[in-house]
Every structure is written in structure tokens, then in C-alpha cells.
Design a protein around this ligand. Structure first.
Ligand SMILES: Cc1ncc(COP(=O)(O)O)c(C=O)c1O
Length: 483
């Protein structure tokens, strides 16, 4: 059994680090217009909304670094003395957030990167991730993407089918190189997350089922242009119980050991994927803000320390280096999406608060029925609580950010913060309704800078130079007519 001090992990990782959120209310002096203001580190969020406009994504540099360090130091603490020399490392799942400035922070910390497209690979290389720490994932890699990854000398492809393995072999052969491969297995484990973000069941398209996976390993071993280096498993995202992880770890390790015994194939690493769930409720608190009725996830979720304590001793039995591939756990709570209230309206059933951000900036509530805390950036002194739906301006019924939430009365012009928008926020953003993608700001202490500009409306609309010239005359003429 792996030996490390569980209380030490609990104390050092939780709650001191992961729960210490960089978005917090600060109370104002008694004579100030508002009772409290929400800050990102030392910067007032309402100031950023005024300066850069809304919608706006605001990131805390400190939070990103703390999350990453918590993860990698927990893994390091949990190294097994029985297997000296085996390195465990964190490979950031870029799909969660591909802003190059965010990626640069993680590359500088020594993270690896898991990418799923040529675009993500280019950003990872440009951000400074060493090629030997980049893995390429995904069920549908194109020939061009495979060739690009081979030219970049990445660490390994996480291969999802025998067909794909054959194509990688052919391309590597033509290029006269050896492709390092890791086979992704499907352990048929229910992650008990939302069905759209569960990937480890036989009915899901991911990986090769355990019964056929040996064939892929044997194929890889018997082809000179392939070098089989690892095994990969990822059962889903926002997983909030230990059981699925434990099951997946046990069956993967049993598979590795059987493979070694039956075929003599030895591997270098076991990539256990990502999927660690994070807290979305009651992330920011204040006496003037009603806590969510569902209570704190903290009371029911396993902590990172508990996850590592439960899973690593099992994984270590493979005798392989362990790679973990978290995305959400590194970036989700590092970002708040800001929107401004446009209108409110009520009917006999409910009250709607219509804000200027919605499913185009954060599709998770619509796509996965996901919960995000919504909170005003300024807490006024005398506003009664009411139950409201926070909805966006997009022409879809599914365009909501929060439903049936108890919040202090919101009025036109108020700014709201939608918490934990850093993972699968901007990366899933769209131009639907021809809306430009919002700007991204990185806060570092009391300083901040734009890390991606707001898109230009005329570019998003696909206007040519002559279209632009025409539109400008039309808009001017209309104004003159109105005047
Ligand atoms: C293969 C793989 N690894 C890692 C991740 C990251 O998952 P999470 O952001 O939940 O940690 C994903 C997410 O879809 C994935 O598909």
C-alpha cells in the first residue's frame, strides 16, 4: 500500500489551496454606495466591465497556478517509494481552455499538454510545451494532423481504434519515422456524470474495448514504424465520486499486467486521463447573498487528496509512470464571465433577468444542464431577494445561464458574474446570431491585461472591403434620416 500522510495531503491541498478562491467579495465602508464588491485578486470586477465592456471573461493568474501546483504536488507527494525513478506528471487537457497566455503559464510550470487537433497542437507548441510532453488524442485524427504531429515529434498518439493505428503506421512508414503510440482502452465504466461527458462506457465512441485492445498492442509491436509506449484511459468529465475512477484504475492495471504476462509487451506509461469534478456551487459567499439551497458540494465530493490516495496506489501496481490529464480542475474556477443586465420582465409564473451574455459565451447550462453560480458584482445595501431565471439575448429557449435562483433584485445596468467559466467556456463559444466572441482579461494581483481581444463585428459578419464601405454609408445615412 502506498504510504503517504493523508492528513498532510488534506491539510496542504484542501482547503488551503484549492478552496481558496481568488474571486471574493470585499466589504465597503459604511458610506459607500454598495455594501460589497466582487474582486478578482485585487481588481474590482465592475471596473473591468466598465473598461472593457461585456460580455467579458476574467481570469485569475494566481488561481491557475495554484490549481496546477496543487495537482502536481499531490501527485508528487504520492510517489511510491517502491517504484523510485518513475515519474508522475500532469498533462493539461488543452480542450478545456486554449488561450495561449493561459497555456504559457502552465507550460512554464512544467506541465505536459494533451491536444485533440492540429490547432491545439500548434498553440501548445507556441506556448512552450516541450514536444516530448505532448500527447495527441481524439477519435478522428486526420491524415494531415497525424503527419503534423509526427513532424513535431510529439510524445505519443493516444490511439482510439485499430483502423487509426494502421493509418498512423502507414503515414509513419511513408515519412520514414517511428510513431510512438499509446492505446486508449474503454473500460466500460459508468462515470455517473452527464451522459454527454461520460466517455468510458462501451456505448460511447471512445477507446477500444478491453477484449479487443490486446490485438491493437500486438499490431503495434509487430510494425517497425510503430513504438508502443503506453496505455490510455479517460472515463469522462466532472466526475464527483471515487468509485468510477477506482473501477477504471483496477481494470486498466489488470489489463496491463495480463498483457505483459501473455504477450511480453511492456509499456512506459499509463495515462489515466482527467475528469476530476470541481465545485460549482457557493463559490463566492457573502451574508447578503443567499447560499444555494442544494448546499455545498464540498461536503459530498472527494477532495483531490482523497482522489489521489484512492487511485494512485492502484495505478502504481502497474509499475508504470503515471500521467494525469486534468483540464477542468486546472482552469474552471480561474475565470468569471461578466454580463450586464439589459432588462427584467415578469409574468404570472416567473421573473426573467435578461443579460447581454448567454449560450454563445457559456453553452454548458444549455448543453449539459450544468450549474454555474451567478452573483452580482456589486452587492447593494437594500435589495430584496427574489427567485429569477438569468437568461441571455440569443434566440433559443435553451439560452439560459441559471434557473430558479434566489438573488438580490437585479436592475438594468447591474453587472453579474457567472462563476467557474474557465473550462469549456471560451473553447465552446460560438458566433451564433453573429455575435463577436468576447474579450479575455488576465488579472495578476492588482494588474491586468487583455489576453485576447474582442472579435470585430465586421470580421465576424464576413464582410468584404466593399461590403464594409457600403454598410458604413448605409448606417450613416440612416442616422442622418433619423436626425
Ligand atoms: C481524453 C481526455 N483527457 C482529458 C480530458 C479532460 O477532462 P476534464 O476537463 O474533465 O479534466 C478530456 C475531456 O474531455 C478528454 O477527453
Amino acid at each position: 500500500m502506498l504510504e503517504f500522510d493523508r492528513t498532510r495531503i488534506k491539510k496542504t491541498i484542501m482547503p488551503d489551496v484549492l478552496d481558496q478562491h481568488q474571486f471574493r467579495y470585499r466589504d465597503n465602508e459604511a458610506d459607500a454606495p454598495s455594501a460589497a464588491e466582487l474582486y478578482c485578486e485585487d481588481v474590482k470586477l465592475s471596473t473591468l466591465a466598465d473598461e472593457f465592456g461585456t460580455p467579458l471573461y476574467v481570469y485569475s493568474k494566481r488561481q491557475i497556478l495554484e490549481n496546477f501546483r496543487a495537482f502536481s504536488s499531490t501527485l508528487a507527494l504520492a510517489k511510491d517509494p517502491k517504484y523510485p525513478g518513475i515519474g508522475h506528471y500532469v498533462s493539461y487537457a488543452a480542450k478545456a481552455n486554449t488561450n495561449i497566455e493561459v497555456m504559457k503559464l502552465l507550460a512554464a510550470e512544467g506541465a505536459g499538454a494533451d491536444v485533440v487537433s492540429a490547432g491545439e497542437l500548434l498553440v501548445a507548441l507556441a506556448a512552450g510545451f516541450p514536444a516530448e510532453k505532448i500527447t495527441f488524442d481524439g477519435t478522428g485524427k486526420t491524415d494531415k494532423e497525424i503527419e503534423l504531429a509526427l513532424r513535431a515529434h510529439i510524445h505519443a498518439f493516444n490511439v482510439e481504434s485499430l483502423d487509426e493505428l494502421k493509418v498512423i503506421n502507414e503515414i509513419a512508414e511513408q515519412m520514414g519515422v517511428r510513431a510512438k503510440v499509446s492505446i486508449r482502452v474503454n473500460p466500460d465504466v459508468d462515470a455517473k456524470s452527464h451522459p454527454y461527458i461520460s466517455t468510458g462506457l462501451r456505448e460511447n465512441k471512445f477507446g477500444i474495448d478491453m477484449e479487443s485492445a490486446s490485438e491493437a498492442f500486438i499490431y503495434a509491436r509487430s510494425h517497425r514504424s510503430l513504438e508502443v509506449v503506453g496505455i490510455h484511459v479517460h472515463i469522462g468529465s466532472q466526475i464527483t465520486t471515487l468509485d468510477p475512477f477506482i473501477k477504471a484504475a483496477k481494470s486498466t492495471v489488470a489489463f496491463v499486467n495480463k498483457l505483459r504476462l501473455e504477450t511480453g509487451i511492456t509499456l512506459e506509461h499509463l495515462n489515466f486521463g482527467g475528469g476530476q469534478g470541481i465545485h460549482y456551487r457557493n463559490v463566492v459567499r457573502h451574508p447578503l447573498l443567499a447560499p444555494d439551497e442544494m448546499g455545498d458540494e464540498k461536503d459530498v465530493f472527494p477532495s483531490l487528496g482523497e482522489f489521489v490516495h484512492a487511485v494512485l496506489p492502484i495505478l502504481n501496481k502497474s509499475g508504470l509512470s503515471i500521467i494525469m490529464e486534468p483540464g477542468r480542475a486546472i482552469v474552471a474556477n480561474s475565470c468569471t464571465l461578466l454580463g450586464r443586465v439589459l432588462y427584467t420582465k415578469s409574468n404570472s409564473l416567473k421573473k426573467f433577468v435578461i443579460v447581454d451574455t448567454g449560450m454563445t459565451e457559456l453553452i454548458r447550462p444549455c448543453l449539459y444542464d450544468a450549474y454555474h453560480q451567478v452573483a452580482p458584482t456589486s452587492l447593494a445595501k437594500e435589495r430584496a431577494n427574489e427567485v429569477v431565471d438569468i437568461v441571455g439575448p440569443i434566440c433559443e429557449t435553451s439560452d439560459f445561464l441559471a434557473q430558479k435562483r434566489t438573488l438580490p433584485e437585479l436592475r438594468r445596468g447591474d453587472v453579474v458574474a457567472i462563476l467557474c467559466a474557465g473550462a469549456y467556456g471560451y473553447t465552446l463559444a460560438s458566433n451564433y446570431n453573429l455575435r463577436p466572441r468576447a474579450a479575455e482579461i488576465l488579472v495578476d494581483g492588482s494588474e491586468y491585461r487583455v489576453i485576447r481581444e474582442r472579435e470585430n463585428l465586421e470580421d465576424v459578419a464576413g464582410l468584404t472591403e466593399s461590403d464594409r464601405a457600403l454598410v458604413r454609408t448605409l448606417v450613416t445615412e440612416t442616422r442622418e434620416n433619423v436626425g
